[in-house]
Design a protein around this ligand. Sequence first.
Ligand SMILES: *Cc1c(COP(=O)(O)O)cnc(C)c1O
Length: 356
Amino acid sequence: MTEMNPNEIDIVKAETSKIKSVDFSNLTFGRVFSDHMFVCDFEDGKWQTPKITPYQAMTIDPSARVFHYGQAVFEGMKAYKDDDGKIFLFRPDQNSARINKSSARLAIPEFPKDYFLNGLETLLKLDSDWIKPGLGNSLYIRPFVIATEPAISASPADTYRFMIICSPAKAYYNEPVRVLFAEKFSRSADGGVGFAKAAGNYAAQFYPTSLAQKKGFQQIIWTDASTHQYLEEAGTMNIFFRVGNKLITAPNNDRILDGVTRKSVLQLAKDMNMDYEVRRVSVEEIKEAAKDGSLKEIFGTGTAAVISPVSAFEHGGDVFEISPVEDSFAKLFKDTLMHIQHNLAEDAHGWRHEVI
Ligand SMILES: *Cc1c(COP(=O)(O)O)cnc(C)c1O
């Protein structure tokens, strides 16, 4: 695998750009895609020479294993542009490492880091116009791998496709969300695939989430599958609680996705000398804190929304409202992270990665 040259990419450029037809001031997340995509096939036991082609539909055999057994993993990351036109990624090595952890769990071959990063950077340079400067604007990046082998016997495929597609995203003010603490359904279990960014983890959440939405809650905070007594994560975001001035989040385990935003927030909390704890968080203690007024904030962390404040939660039929606070930690972390991402603040930990 490693004998191949990661800098070799077959490139077919789009004849015309779609960019003029896109209204960048009015973008719905994940609907519009940039002009090019990155594709690399795994065949004959190795990753073949990668390609960049115009973004387009592709032909896949109906018997491809991804359709039957869900052998698919993905990543979510963003590219940012500063006012000088420089392009940046945020901790891309983390995404490269994580997709390989996810792949390993789903018996998918790992994709070499230099292929990933070189492929992504080449793609971003071609589609540079799709990355708009301005705080909060970004190009959302979706790397993913699917099992393409046409065969419906229940075993891992011997051919795969690694791809990267990109979708422009706008700075948006995210409304605080109302959440429900899970009491019945689970998104992941001990020894399962909760820690992996496996496509099926999302499919499994859609039904319980739709029930929550009917009750007026946009998202579910998942609890541990065996007791439902400990709060784990939001299913597209990790979750933090602020009790008094202390920040608390659950430790990573095999049910929880190891979020890049989560670990960056923890590092910032440390840098700011904040009081924080990484430990199990019980439903009971959060309900108690809500009752005695010490629960100041709950917020989710993830690449797409950066930080998402929670305005209320439901458990056991009781609804607890969380009033907005003046000195919001959610806002502080969001501003700090976004300024680092957009090259507007010092980057003490070398998180920014310039695309040259
Ligand atoms: C992607 C994801 C997150 C957030 O991870 P980031 O690296 O911060 O974007 C959290 N939970 C789940 C289940 C996810 O899939």
